[in-house]
Design a protein around this ligand. Structure first.
Ligand code: ADP
Ligand code: MG
Length: 700
């Protein structure tokens, strides 16, 4: 149960004065990505990204054109547009004792302006002054206030990210209303630590950031911002520590096996394991044999061969007479893992099944019964695996692929399907060390550093979109040479249908030229259709596959050796790297063409340059962190797992270690969060949406 003191913060935004359903919806787009209702706390955590400095208050004669000024003027007269030209500008002449200023509006309502600027009255107006025909002019001032309003005019005026249809004044008003409802909360941070860092209280930090007194206040390094960032990092570290403690208290069970099953699989492989695959398998098997619980991250760049390592891990527990589950984030991936594993499972005598949302009715019942009876050794699937009615006879190992797409509670749900289930997490996004800590806590890590032998460097080029015709000719040559080609179109969630239309159009155009060998696959397709399209491409029945980013993760067609990425400038670096990782898997030399729309912004330019330079996923991840900052290196934007809202690791990474130590110390002293500080920390977990962890505490 959420502590009642937090209720005003968790109320829907429409509880604030002046916010009706329409505004609430707009705020929803801005704050929670459109789905779900925004709450007061979401608004309070919507921090300014900059400010307008209204401290410059010159006399009119001293105004420097094209700067923001706040001036005191007397209203002389209104000059509305003549009746026969209603679209002409509405001018208001004003003056001070040094010069005149013309204030201009387009499409303004006359009665509104007459009220705002009574003739003869003194007004303070703030905005950008320009020179027009040698006269000072201000177009649509940002702020117009009288004497009383001027006394409270914020001189450092925060700028907030907006969404279409939402006016800055509406955001400002809503935030003021939210700040007024901010309850006093008990302090959850260590007071000595606060003092040493000169950190304000949680409430004061929010007030300072939304009503800054100086520009320094709203820099990420300010005391106020750092305080909130530390709050957020502590919440996340505390949640991870609780999760870990919870997993560890349920002691593990060792699985004993000689390795016969593994040997049979290795024998059936058409290749030899790389040294780092061998090492990773050895690490994992050693963990599995231990009675303590395994929490291990297998980190390896795209194409480094994680799947087979996972299968060998599964083989160990299966040889011990137990079961394993392999969970993939998408239907396509689950089917692909299944297809990869099936022949090996057959060779080794493993009983394999697949379970996704698509297995229904009788088929599904049979699989569920077999899992419960222990007649299936290894099940591959999607999140359908952790639904309630799925039960195992003796689940020993849960393997989770592409971890960051799953949330903490999903990890838990799967781990709870057996007694002390060992957990192996595969991640293809090479994650910098700091982020591993942040997102996974201190898990053990195995790395696949080298790629399988025989891989060649991918030739990566950036080409402007106006050379599309040349690129299509190059694709024609590649197809003539018998190669297989991916053509990736961007899919930006905000307007999925528009993007989809773009992909369909590209598909039609390419089909016109290349005929039946072209196919299309996108996220809106029904599962079986998607599979069939992928299969046709894998078998070489189609050889040019137009795709949206559904192919981003994991899809493995070693024969594909050309990739065109359209509007490459719209993708993040990590995402481009993931996409490109789909090629360069066979013996053939591969080519990746990054089609971009010129001109490129500096960040996009840097991104494409990094990509041309290197294929080293670790380096790319580091560069990505530098270029983008934020928590979205992990692609959290697309996933359900919220990243950080306030902490920005390029500024606050140093606080991370402190937060981790703090979390450990807190739980050593007060493992159930029962002390007064512990109670306050529960508030903190709620505020930063880490309250999942509280349920672990209360579950005992
Ligand atoms: P990822 O780590 O991206 O999940 P996969 O497990 O899909 O990589 O493997 C990528 C490709 O490399 C697959 O076609 C797989 O069969 C192949 N592969 C894996 N290990 C080796 C190896 N040691 N030698 C050669 N090919 C390998
Ligand atoms: Mg994979």
């Amino acid at each position: 149960m959420r502590p009642p003191v937090l209720n005003p913060l968790f109320a829907a935004l429409s509880a604030l004065p002046g916010i009706g359903p329409k505004l609430e919806k707009l705020f929803g787009h801005l704050l929670v990505g459109g789905d779900g209702r925004p709450r007061v706390v979401d608004l309070l955590f919507h921090l300014p990204t900059g400010f307008v400095d209204r401290r410059n208050q010159p006399k009119l004669s001293e105004v420097v054109p094209d700067t923001v000024v706040t001036v005191a003027v007397t209203v002389e007269r209104h000059r509305p547009p003549p009746p026969n030209r209603p679209r002409a500008p509405y001018n208001i002449d004003t003056y001070d004792d040094t010069n005149t200023l013309m204030i201009t509006y387009f499409n303004a309502r006359r009665d509104y302006l007459e009220k705002l600027y009574p003739e003869g009255a003194l007004r303070y107006v703030s905005g950008t002054a320009t020179l027009y025909d040698g006269h000072l002019q201000m177009l649509h001032p940002d702020r117009v206030v009288d004497e009383a309003g001027f006394a409270t005019l914020p001189l450092i005026d925060p700028i907030y990210p907006l969404t279409e249809g939402l006016h800055p004044n509406q955001v400002r008003k809503a935030i003021d209303a939210a700040l007024d409802r901010l309850p006093g909360l008990p302090e959850w941070q260590d007071t000595a630590w606060l003092k040493r860092n000169d950190y304000p209280s949680f409430g004061d930090a929010l007030r300072v950031l939304h009503r800054p007194a100086t520009p320094v206040d709203i820099e990420p390094g300010s005391a106020a911002w750092s305080r909130l960032a530390y709050d957020e990092l502590l919440a996340s570290q505390l949640a991870l520590a609780l999760l870990r403690a919870h997993m560890r208290t349920r002691a593990g069970r060792g699985s004993a096996a000689e390795g016969l099953l593994r040997a049979r699989i290795v024998e059936a492989l058409p290749y030899a394991l790389t040294p780092s695959q061998t090492r990773a398998v050895a690490d994992i098997v050693a963990d599995l044999a231990q009675p303590s619980r395994m929490l291990r991250l297998l980190q390896g760049d795209v194409g480094s061969g994680k799947t087979v390592v996972a299968l060998l891990a599964a083989a160990h527990v299966i040889e011990a007479g137990r079961q394993a589950a392999f969970m993939a984030p998408t239907e396509i991936l689950a089917r692909q893992h299944f297809a990869t594993i099936a022949p090996l499972a057959k060779a080794a005598g493993l009983r394999l099944a697949i379970l996704t949302g698509r297995e229904r009715g009788r088929e599904r019942d049979d699989i569920l019964a077999a899992l419960a009876a222990g007649d299936i050794d290894l099940v591959v699937g999607t999140h359908a695996l952790f639904q309630e009615n799925v039960a195992f006879r003796d689940l020993a190992l849960a393997i989770v692929d592409e971890q960051h797409r799953f949330g903490v509670h999903q990890r838990l749900a799967l781990a709870h399907k057996g007694e002390a289930v060992d957990l192996l997490v595969l991640t293809a996004t090479p994650i910098p060390r700091t982020l591993v800590l942040t997102y996974f806590g201190d898990m053990d890590i195995s790395e696949l550093r080298e790629k399988p032998a025989g891989r060649q460097k991918i030739d990566t080029r950036a080409v402007p979109l106006d050379r599309l015709a040349e690129v299509i000719d190059a694709v024609a040559r590649a197809l003539d040479a018998g190669r297989r080609v991916y053509w990736v179109c961007p899919l930006v969630e905000e307007s999925e249908s528009v993007d989809l239309a773009a992909a369909e159009e590209r598909y039609k155009a390419l089909q016109k030229r290349f005929g039946k060998t072209v196919d299309l696959v996108h996220g809106r397709m029904r599962g079986p259709d998607k599979d069939r399209a992928m299969e046709r491409f894998a078998r070489g029945e189609t050889r040019l596959l137009v795709a949206t980013t559904v192919i981003e993760v994991g899809v493995d067609v070693p024969e594909a050796s050309v990739m065109v990425i359209e509007h490459a400038e719209r993708f993040g670096l990590a995402q481009l790297h993931q996409l490109r990782g789909r090629i360069g898997r066979g013996a053939e030399r591969s080519t990746c063409i990054l089609l971009y729309k010129a001109p490129l912004g500096p960040t996009a330019k840097a991104r494409l340059a990094v990509l041309r330079e290197t294929e080293d996923g670790f380096r790319i991840a580091e560069e990505d962190l530098k270029l983008r900052g934020e928590g979205d290196v992990l692609g959290t934007r697309q996933s359900g797992e919220p990243g950080f809202r306030i902490a920005r690791l390029e500024f606050h990474a140093k606080l991370l270690g402190a937060a981790r130590d703090d979390a450990t110390l807190i739980l050593t002293r007060d493992p159930k969060l029962k002390s007064p500080r512990g109670e306050a920390l529960r508030d903190l977990l709620y505020l930063f949406a880490r309250d999942e962890a509280i349920r672990l505490l209360d579950a005992g």
